[in-house]
Design a protein around this ligand. Structure first.
Ligand code: ADP
Length: 543
Protein backbone atom coordinates (compact mmCIF):
# COMPACT_ATOMS: atom_id res chain seq x y z
CA UNK A 1 0.00 0.00 0.00
CA UNK A 2 1.37 3.45 -0.86
CA UNK A 3 1.23 6.39 1.49
CA UNK A 4 -1.32 9.03 0.71
CA UNK A 5 0.71 12.21 1.09
CA UNK A 6 1.39 14.90 -1.49
CA UNK A 7 4.12 14.18 -3.95
CA UNK A 8 5.44 17.75 -3.79
CA UNK A 9 8.76 17.69 -5.60
CA UNK A 10 11.88 18.82 -3.74
CA UNK A 11 13.18 21.68 -5.88
CA UNK A 12 15.99 24.19 -5.48
CA UNK A 13 13.60 26.98 -6.53
CA UNK A 14 11.46 26.26 -3.45
CA UNK A 15 14.38 27.37 -1.25
CA UNK A 16 14.73 30.86 -2.68
CA UNK A 17 10.95 31.26 -2.90
CA UNK A 18 10.73 30.44 0.82
CA UNK A 19 13.60 32.82 1.67
CA UNK A 20 11.90 35.63 -0.26
CA UNK A 21 8.47 35.04 1.26
CA UNK A 22 9.44 34.50 4.90
CA UNK A 23 12.80 36.24 5.24
CA UNK A 24 12.54 38.75 2.40
CA UNK A 25 14.21 41.61 4.27
CA UNK A 26 17.21 39.55 5.45
CA UNK A 27 20.48 40.80 4.01
CA UNK A 28 23.05 39.26 1.72
CA UNK A 29 26.30 41.18 2.12
CA UNK A 30 29.10 40.67 -0.38
CA UNK A 31 32.61 41.97 -0.77
CA UNK A 32 32.26 43.02 -4.39
CA UNK A 33 34.88 42.12 -6.98
CA UNK A 34 34.72 45.74 -8.22
CA UNK A 35 35.59 46.93 -4.69
CA UNK A 36 33.48 47.98 -1.72
CA UNK A 37 30.63 46.19 0.00
CA UNK A 38 27.38 45.31 -1.76
CA UNK A 39 24.24 44.69 0.25
CA UNK A 40 20.71 43.76 -0.67
CA UNK A 41 18.00 41.35 0.51
CA UNK A 42 16.66 37.88 -0.24
CA UNK A 43 13.75 39.58 -1.90
CA UNK A 44 16.16 41.40 -4.25
CA UNK A 45 18.15 38.23 -4.92
CA UNK A 46 15.01 36.33 -5.88
CA UNK A 47 13.88 39.15 -8.16
CA UNK A 48 17.23 39.27 -9.95
CA UNK A 49 17.44 35.45 -10.22
CA UNK A 50 14.11 35.57 -12.07
CA UNK A 51 15.41 38.32 -14.36
CA UNK A 52 18.46 36.16 -15.05
CA UNK A 53 16.28 33.13 -15.80
CA UNK A 54 14.41 35.26 -18.36
CA UNK A 55 17.70 36.46 -19.86
CA UNK A 56 19.11 32.93 -20.13
CA UNK A 57 15.91 31.71 -21.74
CA UNK A 58 16.30 34.42 -24.41
CA UNK A 59 19.91 33.35 -24.94
CA UNK A 60 18.56 29.91 -25.78
CA UNK A 61 19.50 28.06 -22.58
CA UNK A 62 17.30 24.97 -22.43
CA UNK A 63 16.55 22.45 -19.67
CA UNK A 64 19.61 20.28 -18.95
CA UNK A 65 22.03 22.71 -20.65
CA UNK A 66 25.16 23.29 -18.63
CA UNK A 67 25.99 26.85 -17.64
CA UNK A 68 29.46 27.28 -16.13
CA UNK A 69 30.65 29.72 -13.48
CA UNK A 70 34.16 30.82 -12.51
CA UNK A 71 33.48 33.15 -9.64
CA UNK A 72 34.12 34.02 -6.02
CA UNK A 73 31.55 33.93 -3.25
CA UNK A 74 29.35 36.87 -4.16
CA UNK A 75 25.73 37.86 -4.70
CA UNK A 76 25.74 37.43 -8.49
CA UNK A 77 27.11 33.92 -8.09
CA UNK A 78 24.22 33.18 -5.73
CA UNK A 79 21.71 34.52 -8.29
CA UNK A 80 23.24 32.21 -10.91
CA UNK A 81 22.97 29.19 -8.59
CA UNK A 82 19.22 29.72 -8.29
CA UNK A 83 18.42 30.99 -11.78
CA UNK A 84 20.21 28.20 -13.64
CA UNK A 85 19.06 25.29 -11.46
CA UNK A 86 15.61 26.80 -10.97
CA UNK A 87 14.93 26.97 -14.71
CA UNK A 88 15.91 23.31 -15.13
CA UNK A 89 19.40 23.90 -16.51
CA UNK A 90 22.57 22.75 -14.73
CA UNK A 91 24.79 25.11 -12.78
CA UNK A 92 28.36 23.95 -13.34
CA UNK A 93 30.70 25.61 -10.85
CA UNK A 94 34.28 25.52 -12.11
CA UNK A 95 37.26 25.71 -9.75
CA UNK A 96 39.50 28.41 -11.28
CA UNK A 97 42.43 27.21 -9.19
CA UNK A 98 42.84 24.06 -11.26
CA UNK A 99 45.45 23.92 -14.02
CA UNK A 100 44.33 25.49 -17.34
CA UNK A 101 44.51 22.08 -19.10
CA UNK A 102 42.17 20.63 -16.45
CA UNK A 103 39.85 23.62 -16.82
CA UNK A 104 39.50 23.34 -20.59
CA UNK A 105 39.06 19.57 -20.19
CA UNK A 106 36.24 20.16 -17.69
CA UNK A 107 34.48 22.84 -19.75
CA UNK A 108 34.65 20.66 -22.88
CA UNK A 109 33.55 17.57 -21.01
CA UNK A 110 30.57 19.41 -19.51
CA UNK A 111 29.91 21.12 -22.88
CA UNK A 112 29.10 24.36 -21.12
CA UNK A 113 26.95 26.60 -23.31
CA UNK A 114 27.81 29.80 -21.45
CA UNK A 115 30.35 30.53 -18.74
CA UNK A 116 29.77 33.33 -16.25
CA UNK A 117 32.98 34.82 -14.92
CA UNK A 118 34.05 37.34 -12.33
CA UNK A 119 36.28 40.16 -13.59
CA UNK A 120 39.22 38.49 -11.83
CA UNK A 121 39.00 35.54 -14.19
CA UNK A 122 38.85 37.38 -17.52
CA UNK A 123 42.57 36.71 -18.23
CA UNK A 124 42.05 33.02 -17.40
CA UNK A 125 38.99 32.85 -19.68
CA UNK A 126 41.04 34.46 -22.48
CA UNK A 127 43.57 31.68 -22.09
CA UNK A 128 40.88 28.96 -22.09
CA UNK A 129 38.54 30.31 -24.78
CA UNK A 130 40.42 29.02 -27.88
CA UNK A 131 40.10 25.47 -26.48
CA UNK A 132 36.44 25.66 -25.41
CA UNK A 133 34.32 25.32 -28.53
CA UNK A 134 30.99 24.67 -26.81
CA UNK A 135 30.96 28.07 -25.11
CA UNK A 136 28.70 30.47 -27.04
CA UNK A 137 29.66 33.47 -24.90
CA UNK A 138 31.50 34.40 -21.72
CA UNK A 139 29.24 36.44 -19.48
CA UNK A 140 31.23 38.88 -17.36
CA UNK A 141 29.65 39.28 -13.95
CA UNK A 142 29.78 43.05 -13.68
CA UNK A 143 28.09 46.23 -14.89
CA UNK A 144 28.75 48.21 -18.06
CA UNK A 145 31.05 50.69 -16.28
CA UNK A 146 33.42 47.93 -15.15
CA UNK A 147 33.50 45.89 -18.36
CA UNK A 148 37.09 45.41 -19.58
CA UNK A 149 37.96 47.89 -22.31
CA UNK A 150 39.95 45.38 -24.28
CA UNK A 151 39.69 41.59 -24.25
CA UNK A 152 40.67 38.85 -26.66
CA UNK A 153 37.43 37.01 -25.88
CA UNK A 154 35.33 36.88 -29.06
CA UNK A 155 31.94 36.62 -27.49
CA UNK A 156 31.38 38.53 -24.30
CA UNK A 157 28.24 39.70 -22.60
CA UNK A 158 27.76 42.01 -19.64
CA UNK A 159 25.78 40.43 -16.77
CA UNK A 160 24.05 43.60 -15.61
CA UNK A 161 23.11 44.60 -19.18
CA UNK A 162 21.63 41.17 -19.71
CA UNK A 163 19.41 41.11 -16.67
CA UNK A 164 18.70 44.86 -16.62
CA UNK A 165 16.42 44.59 -19.61
CA UNK A 166 14.44 41.64 -18.30
CA UNK A 167 11.19 41.40 -16.42
CA UNK A 168 11.24 39.95 -12.91
CA UNK A 169 8.14 37.92 -13.64
CA UNK A 170 9.16 34.32 -14.08
CA UNK A 171 7.46 31.15 -12.90
CA UNK A 172 9.88 28.45 -11.78
CA UNK A 173 8.97 25.29 -13.67
CA UNK A 174 7.61 22.27 -11.80
CA UNK A 175 10.44 19.84 -12.45
CA UNK A 176 10.84 16.22 -11.47
CA UNK A 177 12.92 16.33 -8.27
CA UNK A 178 15.43 13.91 -9.80
CA UNK A 179 16.30 16.48 -12.48
CA UNK A 180 19.98 17.44 -12.43
CA UNK A 181 20.54 20.81 -10.73
CA UNK A 182 24.31 21.32 -10.54
CA UNK A 183 27.60 19.80 -11.53
CA UNK A 184 30.97 19.75 -9.74
CA UNK A 185 34.14 18.03 -10.85
CA UNK A 186 36.49 16.26 -8.45
CA UNK A 187 39.95 17.79 -8.46
CA UNK A 188 41.38 14.72 -10.18
CA UNK A 189 44.64 14.19 -8.34
CA UNK A 190 44.84 10.95 -10.32
CA UNK A 191 43.54 10.88 -13.89
CA UNK A 192 41.04 13.31 -15.37
CA UNK A 193 38.55 15.11 -13.14
CA UNK A 194 35.19 13.37 -12.91
CA UNK A 195 31.82 15.11 -12.82
CA UNK A 196 29.35 14.66 -9.97
CA UNK A 197 25.85 15.61 -11.06
CA UNK A 198 23.65 16.65 -8.16
CA UNK A 199 19.87 16.56 -8.38
CA UNK A 200 17.25 18.93 -6.97
CA UNK A 201 16.25 16.17 -4.57
CA UNK A 202 19.78 15.47 -3.33
CA UNK A 203 20.45 19.20 -2.92
CA UNK A 204 17.27 19.93 -0.96
CA UNK A 205 17.67 16.86 1.29
CA UNK A 206 21.31 17.80 1.91
CA UNK A 207 20.26 21.30 2.92
CA UNK A 208 17.59 20.00 5.32
CA UNK A 209 20.11 17.64 6.91
CA UNK A 210 22.89 20.20 7.19
CA UNK A 211 20.90 22.72 9.26
CA UNK A 212 20.02 20.18 11.99
CA UNK A 213 21.15 21.02 15.54
CA UNK A 214 24.01 18.52 15.67
CA UNK A 215 25.09 19.57 12.21
CA UNK A 216 25.50 23.28 11.35
CA UNK A 217 22.61 24.21 13.70
CA UNK A 218 21.60 27.15 11.52
CA UNK A 219 18.66 29.41 12.21
CA UNK A 220 17.15 32.72 11.15
CA UNK A 221 19.18 34.32 13.96
CA UNK A 222 22.52 33.39 12.43
CA UNK A 223 24.87 35.40 10.28
CA UNK A 224 26.59 32.89 8.05
CA UNK A 225 29.85 33.30 6.18
CA UNK A 226 30.97 30.55 3.82
CA UNK A 227 34.67 31.06 3.27
CA UNK A 228 34.81 27.73 1.47
CA UNK A 229 34.39 28.78 -2.17
CA UNK A 230 31.15 28.45 -4.09
CA UNK A 231 33.26 26.74 -6.78
CA UNK A 232 34.16 23.96 -4.36
CA UNK A 233 31.33 21.46 -3.73
CA UNK A 234 28.76 24.28 -3.65
CA UNK A 235 30.44 25.89 -0.63
CA UNK A 236 29.37 22.85 1.39
CA UNK A 237 25.75 23.62 0.54
CA UNK A 238 25.64 26.90 2.49
CA UNK A 239 24.15 28.89 -0.43
CA UNK A 240 21.15 26.57 0.02
CA UNK A 241 21.11 25.98 3.78
CA UNK A 242 21.42 29.67 4.76
CA UNK A 243 18.43 30.56 2.55
CA UNK A 244 16.49 27.52 3.76
CA UNK A 245 16.53 28.94 7.31
CA UNK A 246 16.64 32.65 6.47
CA UNK A 247 20.06 33.38 7.99
CA UNK A 248 21.87 36.54 6.94
CA UNK A 249 24.54 35.62 4.40
CA UNK A 250 27.99 37.22 4.22
CA UNK A 251 29.98 36.46 1.07
CA UNK A 252 33.68 37.35 1.30
CA UNK A 253 34.53 37.58 -2.43
CA UNK A 254 38.18 36.95 -3.22
CA UNK A 255 39.50 38.33 0.08
CA UNK A 256 40.50 35.12 1.86
CA UNK A 257 43.37 36.56 3.93
CA UNK A 258 43.05 36.66 7.71
CA UNK A 259 42.72 40.45 7.97
CA UNK A 260 39.95 40.78 5.33
CA UNK A 261 38.00 37.86 6.76
CA UNK A 262 38.24 39.12 10.33
CA UNK A 263 37.20 42.64 9.37
CA UNK A 264 34.10 41.36 7.57
CA UNK A 265 33.23 38.97 10.41
CA UNK A 266 33.30 41.81 12.91
CA UNK A 267 31.56 44.44 10.80
CA UNK A 268 28.69 42.11 9.81
CA UNK A 269 28.35 40.24 13.10
CA UNK A 270 29.13 36.80 11.67
CA UNK A 271 28.09 34.00 14.06
CA UNK A 272 28.92 30.96 11.91
CA UNK A 273 31.73 30.51 9.40
CA UNK A 274 32.88 27.58 7.29
CA UNK A 275 36.34 26.98 5.90
CA UNK A 276 39.30 24.67 5.36
CA UNK A 277 42.11 24.48 7.95
CA UNK A 278 44.65 26.38 5.80
CA UNK A 279 42.40 29.45 5.58
CA UNK A 280 41.62 29.32 9.30
CA UNK A 281 45.36 29.14 10.02
CA UNK A 282 45.71 32.52 8.28
CA UNK A 283 42.78 33.91 10.27
CA UNK A 284 44.14 32.67 13.61
CA UNK A 285 47.60 34.05 12.84
CA UNK A 286 46.04 37.41 12.10
CA UNK A 287 44.05 37.62 15.33
CA UNK A 288 47.03 36.44 17.34
CA UNK A 289 49.37 39.00 15.81
CA UNK A 290 46.95 41.91 16.19
CA UNK A 291 45.49 40.87 19.54
CA UNK A 292 42.02 41.01 18.00
CA UNK A 293 39.01 39.04 19.29
CA UNK A 294 35.96 37.41 17.76
CA UNK A 295 33.07 39.39 19.19
CA UNK A 296 30.25 37.57 17.44
CA UNK A 297 31.65 34.36 15.97
CA UNK A 298 30.33 31.36 17.91
CA UNK A 299 30.74 28.31 15.68
CA UNK A 300 33.00 27.36 12.86
CA UNK A 301 32.81 24.33 10.68
CA UNK A 302 36.16 23.02 9.53
CA UNK A 303 36.63 20.32 6.92
CA UNK A 304 38.16 19.39 3.60
CA UNK A 305 41.23 18.05 5.35
CA UNK A 306 42.02 17.07 8.91
CA UNK A 307 41.55 19.91 11.35
CA UNK A 308 44.68 19.85 13.55
CA UNK A 309 43.65 19.34 17.21
CA UNK A 310 45.74 22.40 18.14
CA UNK A 311 43.49 24.53 15.95
CA UNK A 312 40.37 23.20 17.70
CA UNK A 313 41.96 24.01 21.06
CA UNK A 314 42.98 27.54 20.05
CA UNK A 315 39.52 28.38 18.74
CA UNK A 316 37.84 26.94 21.82
CA UNK A 317 40.14 28.05 24.63
CA UNK A 318 41.53 31.34 23.36
CA UNK A 319 38.51 32.62 21.45
CA UNK A 320 35.47 30.75 22.83
CA UNK A 321 34.53 29.64 19.33
CA UNK A 322 33.37 26.05 18.99
CA UNK A 323 34.80 24.01 16.17
CA UNK A 324 32.68 21.49 14.33
CA UNK A 325 34.97 19.15 12.46
CA UNK A 326 33.27 17.71 9.39
CA UNK A 327 34.15 15.21 6.71
CA UNK A 328 32.87 14.89 3.19
CA UNK A 329 33.76 14.92 -0.45
CA UNK A 330 32.50 16.14 -3.82
CA UNK A 331 30.84 12.75 -4.24
CA UNK A 332 28.84 13.23 -1.00
CA UNK A 333 27.48 16.75 -1.70
CA UNK A 334 29.71 17.04 0.55
CA UNK A 335 28.35 16.38 4.04
CA UNK A 336 29.10 12.87 5.35
CA UNK A 337 29.97 13.19 9.03
CA UNK A 338 29.99 15.99 11.56
CA UNK A 339 31.64 15.93 14.97
CA UNK A 340 29.65 17.19 17.94
CA UNK A 341 29.59 15.96 21.52
CA UNK A 342 26.80 13.85 23.01
CA UNK A 343 25.05 14.40 26.35
CA UNK A 344 27.23 11.82 28.06
CA UNK A 345 30.37 13.80 27.16
CA UNK A 346 29.20 16.94 28.93
CA UNK A 347 31.28 16.56 32.08
CA UNK A 348 34.40 15.12 30.50
CA UNK A 349 37.66 16.99 31.11
CA UNK A 350 38.63 19.29 28.24
CA UNK A 351 41.43 16.97 27.07
CA UNK A 352 38.95 14.12 26.61
CA UNK A 353 36.51 16.38 24.82
CA UNK A 354 39.28 17.52 22.49
CA UNK A 355 40.12 13.91 21.67
CA UNK A 356 36.56 13.33 20.51
CA UNK A 357 36.26 16.65 18.68
CA UNK A 358 39.41 15.87 16.68
CA UNK A 359 37.62 12.95 15.06
CA UNK A 360 35.58 13.51 11.89
CA UNK A 361 32.36 12.64 13.69
CA UNK A 362 29.29 10.51 13.19
CA UNK A 363 27.20 10.11 10.08
CA UNK A 364 24.72 12.87 9.34
CA UNK A 365 21.25 11.33 9.48
CA UNK A 366 20.66 10.07 5.95
CA UNK A 367 24.19 8.75 5.48
CA UNK A 368 25.12 5.15 6.31
CA UNK A 369 28.75 4.15 6.59
CA UNK A 370 31.02 1.21 7.33
CA UNK A 371 34.69 0.29 7.16
CA UNK A 372 35.88 -2.83 5.37
CA UNK A 373 39.11 -4.82 4.97
CA UNK A 374 40.87 -5.69 1.68
CA UNK A 375 38.31 -8.43 0.98
CA UNK A 376 35.32 -6.18 1.58
CA UNK A 377 34.57 -7.72 4.99
CA UNK A 378 33.12 -5.26 7.50
CA UNK A 379 35.51 -4.36 10.33
CA UNK A 380 34.51 -3.88 13.99
CA UNK A 381 33.44 -0.49 15.31
CA UNK A 382 36.02 -0.46 18.07
CA UNK A 383 37.93 2.74 17.28
CA UNK A 384 41.03 0.65 16.54
CA UNK A 385 40.49 -1.41 13.40
CA UNK A 386 41.00 0.70 10.32
CA UNK A 387 39.85 0.01 6.81
CA UNK A 388 38.31 1.47 3.66
CA UNK A 389 35.44 3.81 4.39
CA UNK A 390 32.24 3.11 2.42
CA UNK A 391 29.14 5.32 2.43
CA UNK A 392 25.64 5.43 1.01
CA UNK A 393 22.78 7.87 1.13
CA UNK A 394 20.43 10.05 -0.96
CA UNK A 395 23.12 12.71 -1.51
CA UNK A 396 25.93 10.30 -2.41
CA UNK A 397 27.00 9.86 -6.05
CA UNK A 398 25.56 6.87 -7.89
CA UNK A 399 27.63 7.22 -11.08
CA UNK A 400 29.87 9.90 -12.53
CA UNK A 401 28.72 12.30 -15.22
CA UNK A 402 28.54 10.58 -18.62
CA UNK A 403 29.12 7.24 -16.90
CA UNK A 404 32.85 7.91 -16.73
CA UNK A 405 34.81 4.97 -15.28
CA UNK A 406 31.78 2.66 -14.99
CA UNK A 407 29.93 2.25 -11.72
CA UNK A 408 32.05 3.37 -8.77
CA UNK A 409 29.82 1.41 -6.37
CA UNK A 410 30.66 -1.80 -4.52
CA UNK A 411 27.99 -4.48 -4.05
CA UNK A 412 25.87 -2.16 -6.18
CA UNK A 413 25.20 0.29 -3.35
CA UNK A 414 28.29 1.32 -1.35
CA UNK A 415 30.47 4.20 -2.51
CA UNK A 416 34.15 3.59 -1.71
CA UNK A 417 35.47 6.93 -0.49
CA UNK A 418 39.18 6.22 -0.95
CA UNK A 419 39.64 7.17 2.69
CA UNK A 420 40.88 4.89 5.43
CA UNK A 421 39.19 5.28 8.79
CA UNK A 422 38.27 3.85 12.18
CA UNK A 423 34.76 3.95 13.66
CA UNK A 424 34.37 3.74 17.44
CA UNK A 425 31.59 2.20 19.51
CA UNK A 426 29.76 5.56 19.68
CA UNK A 427 29.85 5.81 15.89
CA UNK A 428 32.55 8.49 15.67
CA UNK A 429 34.57 8.05 12.51
CA UNK A 430 38.19 9.10 12.33
CA UNK A 431 40.10 9.38 9.07
CA UNK A 432 43.54 7.87 9.42
CA UNK A 433 44.54 8.46 5.81
CA UNK A 434 43.68 8.87 2.20
CA UNK A 435 44.19 5.25 1.03
CA UNK A 436 47.03 6.32 -1.24
CA UNK A 437 48.79 8.18 1.61
CA UNK A 438 48.89 5.30 4.10
CA UNK A 439 52.47 4.39 5.04
CA UNK A 440 53.03 0.66 4.65
CA UNK A 441 55.79 -0.45 6.98
CA UNK A 442 56.62 -4.16 7.23
CA UNK A 443 53.13 -5.16 6.11
CA UNK A 444 51.47 -2.92 8.75
CA UNK A 445 49.86 0.47 8.21
CA UNK A 446 50.94 3.72 9.81
CA UNK A 447 48.58 6.71 9.79
CA UNK A 448 50.29 9.73 8.24
CA UNK A 449 47.58 12.03 9.63
CA UNK A 450 48.22 11.02 13.23
CA UNK A 451 51.94 11.69 12.80
CA UNK A 452 51.20 15.08 11.21
CA UNK A 453 48.91 16.08 14.06
CA UNK A 454 51.64 15.37 16.60
CA UNK A 455 54.25 17.35 14.65
CA UNK A 456 51.84 20.28 14.35
CA UNK A 457 51.25 20.25 18.09
CA UNK A 458 54.93 21.18 18.55
CA UNK A 459 55.10 24.91 19.36
CA UNK A 460 57.77 25.62 16.72
CA UNK A 461 56.05 23.86 13.82
CA UNK A 462 53.75 25.79 11.49
CA UNK A 463 52.80 22.96 9.15
CA UNK A 464 53.85 19.34 8.63
CA UNK A 465 53.26 16.53 6.19
CA UNK A 466 54.28 12.93 6.69
CA UNK A 467 54.98 10.67 3.72
CA UNK A 468 56.23 7.12 3.26
CA UNK A 469 59.75 6.92 1.85
CA UNK A 470 61.20 3.72 0.38
CA UNK A 471 63.13 1.61 2.87
CA UNK A 472 65.09 -1.56 1.96
CA UNK A 473 63.91 -3.55 4.97
CA UNK A 474 60.48 -2.15 5.86
CA UNK A 475 59.20 -1.23 2.40
CA UNK A 476 58.32 2.29 3.57
CA UNK A 477 59.12 4.37 6.61
CA UNK A 478 57.65 7.74 7.65
CA UNK A 479 59.45 11.00 6.89
CA UNK A 480 58.23 14.28 8.42
CA UNK A 481 58.44 17.26 6.07
CA UNK A 482 57.96 20.32 8.25
CA UNK A 483 57.82 24.11 8.07
CA UNK A 484 59.03 26.01 11.14
CA UNK A 485 57.17 29.01 12.53
CA UNK A 486 59.03 32.22 11.66
CA UNK A 487 61.78 32.98 14.17
CA UNK A 488 61.38 29.69 16.10
CA UNK A 489 63.93 26.92 16.34
CA UNK A 490 63.58 23.14 16.63
CA UNK A 491 66.06 20.42 15.69
CA UNK A 492 65.43 17.08 14.02
CA UNK A 493 66.22 15.27 17.30
CA UNK A 494 63.87 17.47 19.33
CA UNK A 495 60.99 16.92 16.93
CA UNK A 496 61.52 13.15 16.83
CA UNK A 497 61.77 13.15 20.64
CA UNK A 498 58.40 14.91 20.74
CA UNK A 499 56.76 11.69 19.47
CA UNK A 500 57.91 9.71 22.49
CA UNK A 501 55.05 8.33 24.55
CA UNK A 502 52.44 9.63 22.10
CA UNK A 503 52.41 6.67 19.69
CA UNK A 504 53.67 3.08 19.39
CA UNK A 505 57.44 3.31 19.15
CA UNK A 506 57.62 1.69 15.69
CA UNK A 507 55.42 4.48 14.30
CA UNK A 508 58.07 7.11 15.17
CA UNK A 509 59.22 8.78 11.94
CA UNK A 510 62.72 7.87 10.75
CA UNK A 511 63.70 11.39 9.79
CA UNK A 512 62.71 15.05 9.49
CA UNK A 513 63.24 17.34 6.50
CA UNK A 514 62.70 21.06 7.16
CA UNK A 515 61.40 23.04 4.18
CA UNK A 516 60.31 26.65 3.52
CA UNK A 517 56.77 25.70 2.45
CA UNK A 518 54.62 22.71 1.56
CA UNK A 519 52.78 22.20 -1.75
CA UNK A 520 48.96 22.53 -1.66
CA UNK A 521 46.18 21.74 -4.12
CA UNK A 522 43.88 24.42 -5.49
CA UNK A 523 41.55 23.76 -2.57
CA UNK A 524 44.22 24.10 0.11
CA UNK A 525 44.93 20.42 0.73
CA UNK A 526 48.43 19.08 1.14
CA UNK A 527 49.68 17.85 -2.22
CA UNK A 528 51.35 14.69 -0.97
CA UNK A 529 51.77 13.30 -4.46
CA UNK A 530 54.10 16.22 -5.23
CA UNK A 531 55.97 15.70 -1.96
CA UNK A 532 56.41 12.01 -2.72
CA UNK A 533 57.88 13.01 -6.10
CA UNK A 534 60.17 15.59 -4.51
CA UNK A 535 61.42 13.08 -1.96
CA UNK A 536 61.45 10.04 -4.28
CA UNK A 537 65.25 9.67 -4.01
CA UNK A 538 65.46 10.61 -0.35
CA UNK A 539 67.82 8.40 1.65
CA UNK A 540 66.62 7.75 5.20
CA UNK A 541 69.41 7.52 7.79
CA UNK A 542 67.96 4.14 8.81
CA UNK A 543 68.09 2.73 5.26
P1 ADP B 1 38.74 16.02 -4.11
O1 ADP B 1 38.24 14.63 -3.79
O2 ADP B 1 38.27 16.54 -5.39
O3 ADP B 1 40.17 16.23 -3.73
P2 ADP B 1 37.02 16.77 -2.11
O4 ADP B 1 36.74 18.05 -1.48
O5 ADP B 1 35.92 15.99 -2.64
O6 ADP B 1 38.04 17.05 -3.18
O7 ADP B 1 37.92 15.93 -1.13
C1 ADP B 1 37.40 14.90 -0.38
C2 ADP B 1 38.48 14.30 0.47
O8 ADP B 1 39.02 15.27 1.37
C3 ADP B 1 37.99 13.21 1.36
O9 ADP B 1 37.85 12.00 0.69
C4 ADP B 1 39.05 13.19 2.45
O10 ADP B 1 40.18 12.49 2.03
C5 ADP B 1 39.40 14.63 2.57
N1 ADP B 1 38.69 15.23 3.70
C6 ADP B 1 37.57 15.96 3.69
N2 ADP B 1 37.24 16.36 4.93
C7 ADP B 1 38.17 15.85 5.77
C8 ADP B 1 38.38 15.89 7.18
N3 ADP B 1 37.59 16.57 8.01
N4 ADP B 1 39.44 15.23 7.67
C9 ADP B 1 40.27 14.54 6.86
N5 ADP B 1 40.13 14.48 5.54
C10 ADP B 1 39.09 15.12 4.98
Amino acid sequence: MLGQMMGTQLLVSSIIRHADRYHGDVEIVSRAVEGGIHRYTYCDAHRRAKQLANALTKLGVKPSDRVGTMAWNGYRHLEIYYAVSGMGAICHTINPRLFPEQLSYIINHAEDSYVMIDLTFVPLAEQLAPHCKSVKAWIIMTDRAHMPVATTLDHVLCYEDLIGRESDIYYWPQLDENTASSLCYTSGTTGNPKGVLYSHRSTVLHSYASVMPDCFALSAQDVVMPVVPMFHVNAWGIPYSALAVGAKLVLPGGGMDGASLHELMESEGVTFAAGVPTIWLGLLNHVKETGAKFNTLRRTIVGGSTCPPTMIRTFMEDYKVSVIHAWGMTETSPLGTVCTLKAKHKNLPIEEKLKILSKQGFAVNGITMKIVDKNGKELPRDGKAFGDLMVMGPWVVNSYYKGEGGSPLREGRWFPTGDVATIDADGYMQITDRSKDVIKSGGEWISSIELENIAMAHPAIAEAAVIGVAHPKWDERPLVVAVKKPGLKVSREELLGFYEGKIARWWTPDDVAFVESLPHTGTGKLLKMKLREDFADYKLPTA
